[in-house]
Design a protein around this ligand. Structure first.
Ligand code: GDP
Ligand code: MG
Length: 163
């Protein structure tokens, strides 16, 4: 059975963009509308020499369960349960938001290995956002750009340490 990696985080941080990059084609729907990826998708993926299954999820939302947000959260919890490793993604451009802390707590409670990924770090002005990610208490953030393919060797090495 393949090693399973779930990409989780609040809406719009770039989860589906990374999913598409790892899968090698555009399967997940990428949209500027937060939470647009409502279905969980699992697909064989490759990062350099590493092969694994990647799970794209809807954004984690903190709202109550009967709502769409609640269902998305529930579905993300299921993805974490199914995964061997969680990539917890934050957005270096917006910085850490209250929801990031809420969901970091959720991920921590699940007790799965976690790699913290700070996305959208291409260009200037992302350093402060990357540093802020340390406050989540999930270790050292790996700076990437899912859109531009930056930081993929570092991400590969971090995954290889756990897989
Ligand atoms: P999701 O809701 O977490 O799945 O996020 P998406 O993958 O749908 O991306 C949300 C938005 O962020 C889209 O407009 C993407 O084009 C954009 N985005 C994703 N990755 C990057 C990145 O590395 N840099 C920048 N600047 N934008 C990105
Ligand atoms: Mg998405």
């Amino acid at each position: 059975m393949a090693f399973k990696v779930a990409i989780v985080g609040r809406p719009n941080v770039g989860k589906s963009t990374l999913f598409n990059r790892l899968v090698g084609r555009r399967i997940a729907l990428v949209d500027d509308t937060p939470g647009v990826t409502r279905d969980r998708r699992i697909h064989p993926a490759r990062l350099q020499d590493l092969r694994f299954d990647v799970i794209d999820t809807a954004g984690l939302e903190s709202a109550a369960a009967p709502t769409l947000e609640g269902r998305m959260r529930q579905q993300t919890e299921r993805a974490i349960d199914e995964a061997d490793l969680v990539l917890f993604m934050v957005d270096a451009r917006t910085g850490i938001m209250p929801d990031d802390h809420t969901f970091a707590d959720l991920v921590r409670r699940k007790g799965k290995p976690v790699i913290l990924v700070s996305n959208k770090t291409e260009g200037r002005g992302a350093e402060a956002g990357v540093m802020e990610a340390y406050s989540l208490g999930l270790g050292e953030p790996i700076a990437i750009s899912a859109e531009h393919g930056i930081g993929m060797p570092e991400l590969r090495d971090a995954i290889a340490e756990i897989a």
